[in-house]
Design a protein around this ligand. Structure first.
Ligand code: NAD
Length: 524
């Protein structure tokens, strides 16, 4: 098939055409469990489709097909696997528009994000790991001289010569479980290194955002990836997800999601000695020093707090600002939010962010706002109806009524000040459009406050002093630190959280390390 007719295979967004079935061994199946759940459009609260809630029998079937495909797939030369992945990436690019539209309908993120981040970077993920595996085929070898057990005529040990090398091989069937905030992007961030390294997989996207994973199954088929290499089962965490984590023939699990779920998974997998990669929650600080480029710090920190409804694990949710500029910063920050963060229809190009992903999540975020109000903090819903005239009403807790989308889960960008470090607002992951701002005095204070949380995923530091940037960055306990920028990603750099933000790292070599077993072989 040519790319042109491949691209016409995917429909324009039309809810009648969304039929979600499990993809197992290259075919589509109704769930053996015969259970289904409703999937809603967060902009309208309307049911857009049903998804299977797969049970242990579905996961078992998918695992056996993945096992069957493993010997041939893992035996392919990496260059051959890379060819399939490049083809898939090209097909994804050709279908960007249709997939982006569905991602937005399913998740609520803006079409701009879906096109330029989620779907575009899904293709990039496949290309990145295809390139990586093509160009990293060789491994370390060492030559050694060593005394053997033999003794020469003059009584000295005979010297032997040995060659050691690392044999890196695929592990088997991997379980890949992903969340709803960057649905296809995060799923592909796991599938790509997994299959590049020669594994096969059983994947489960979030039950809230399954549509683009279903579309991916069609593209995988079109790319000619052998049946059974990628299997996708749909359903809830407790049923489908747990069946993957506890399946005896799945020796490694890569999971991205919440810290509490990560704890369950770690507890379930530990007695089975599974390899685990856990990318979990965050409560990311931004440290704003008084010598920074204030305009840039404000502009970027507005984006880092509110992009994608604040539903990115890397979003900044705690801003600490040096006291000498605190009042000025807060006033300018709020003004910038009012002027630029336009909330509404995610398909409108002017919209900065859309609805929250689901009703339960919307209610969770709202409960934090109510808590902040009850605690007497200053809670400011930064919406200016002259800038955003399509917003018809703002509730007491910041829920928005958006013209034509009255039932959507929209929330105002919320800035909270006058609160303490031990507040739940500062300590717990809210994962919505809510940011707190607090003052600090010295560099030491800033570092202490940044580290005073159970999480350690990402941070930002703003200063013109290069020495300070390096000093502070090196003392913040978080897997990623961005200085005078945010979300600048090099896919070869290690990505992962410290403390309750996770175990293990992903990206380039680090992902391939996880998805391979490394064996030392010595030839004496
Ligand atoms: P979640 O933990 O509720 O769900 C994530 C996935 O796990 C879903 O597919 C879900 O169905 C599944 N799941 C739930 N319970 C399970 C169980 N018992 N066994 C197996 N699977 C189970 O997370 P979410 O609400 O979908 O996503 C938001 C969270 O993800 C936030 O905490 C966010 O910080 C985190 N996140 C982290 C990163 C990162 O890279 N560190 C990236 C994105 C999101």
């Amino acid at each position: 098939a040519t790319l042109a007719n491949i691209s016409s295979d995917l429909p324009a967004p039309n809810i009648d055409q969304i039929i979600i079935k499990n993809f197992i061994g290259g075919k589509w199946y109704e769930p053996i469990s015969n259970n289904f759940i409703d999937n809603k459009n967060p902009s309208t609260d309307a049911v857009i489709c049903q998804i299977p809630d797969s049970g242990p029998a579905d996961v078992d079937f998918a695992t056996s097909e993945a096992k069957k495909a493993f010997p041939q797939w893992s035996a392919l030369h990496p260059k051959e696997r890379a060819k399939y992945m490049h083809k898939l990436a090209d097909i994804i690019d050709a279908n960007n528009e249709a997939m982006a539209n569905f991602e937005t309908m399913d998740q609520g993120k803006t079409l701009f994000m879906s096109r330029n981040v989620d779907i575009a970077r899904t293709a990039t993920n496949f290309r990145h790991f295809a390139d990586y595996i093509e160009s990293n085929l060789t491994e370390f070898t060492s030559q050694m001289s060593y005394p053997t057990a033999n003794v020469s005529q003059d009584g000295k040990p005979v010297i032997g010569h040995a060659l050691s090398y690392v044999q890196r091989s695929a592990v088997g069937v991997a379980g890949l479980i992903s969340p709803w905030n960057l649905p296809l992007y995060l799923l592909s961030w796991k599938i790509a290194p997994c299959i590049a390294a020669g594994n096969t997989c059983v994947c489960k996207p979030s039950e809230f955002t399954s549509v683009t994973a279903m579309m991916l199954t069609k593209l995988i088929k079109q790319a000619g990836i052998p049946d059974g290499v990628v299997n996708i089962v749909f359903g809830l965490g407790q049923s489908t997800g747990n069946s993957i984590v506890t399946h005896k023939d799945i020796p490694l699990v890569s999971f991205t999601g919440g810290t509490i779920t990560g704890k369950h998974i770690a507890a379930a997998a530990a007695p089975m000695f599974k390899h685990l990669s856990l990318e979990l929650g965050g409560k990311n600080p931004g440290l704003i020093f008084d010598d920074c480029d204030l305009d840039l710090a404000i502009k970027t920190s507005v984006r880092s707090a509110f992009q994608n409804q604040g539903e990115i694990c890397l979003c900044t949710s705690r801003l600490y600002v040096q006291r000498s500029i605190f009042d000025d910063f807060v006033a300018k920050y709020k003004r910038a939010v009012r002027d630029t963060v336009i909330v509404g229809d995610p398909t409108n190009p002017k919209t900065f962010y859309g609805p929250l992903v689901s009703k339960p999540h919307f209610e969770k975020v709202q409960s934090y706002v109510k808590h902040a109000q009850d605690a007497g903090y200053d809670v400011d819903f930064c919406v200016d109806q002259t800038v955003s005239p399509h917003i018809k009403a703002i509730s007491a807790s910041g829920a928005l009524t958006v013209e034509h989308l009255e039932n959507g889960y929209f929330m105002a960008p919320t800035v909270i000040t006058n609160l303490q470090q031990d507040s739940r607002i500062v300590q717990e992951e809210i994962f919505g459009p809510v940011v707190s701002i607090m003052p600090f005095d010295t560099e030491e204070d800033a570092i202490r406050l940044a580290n005073d949380t159970q999480y350690g995923l990402a941070s930002t530091v703003w200063s013109r002093d290069q020495g300070r940037l390096r000093r502070v960055a090196g003392q913040i306990v978080s897997g990623l630190v961005w200085c005078n920028c945010w979300m600048v990603r090099d896919l070869n750099m290690p990505f992962g959280g410290f403390k309750a933000s996770g175990v293990g790292t992903e990206g380039g070599k680090y992902s391939i390390d996880f998805f391979t077993k490394q064996q030392s072989i010595t030839l004496g």
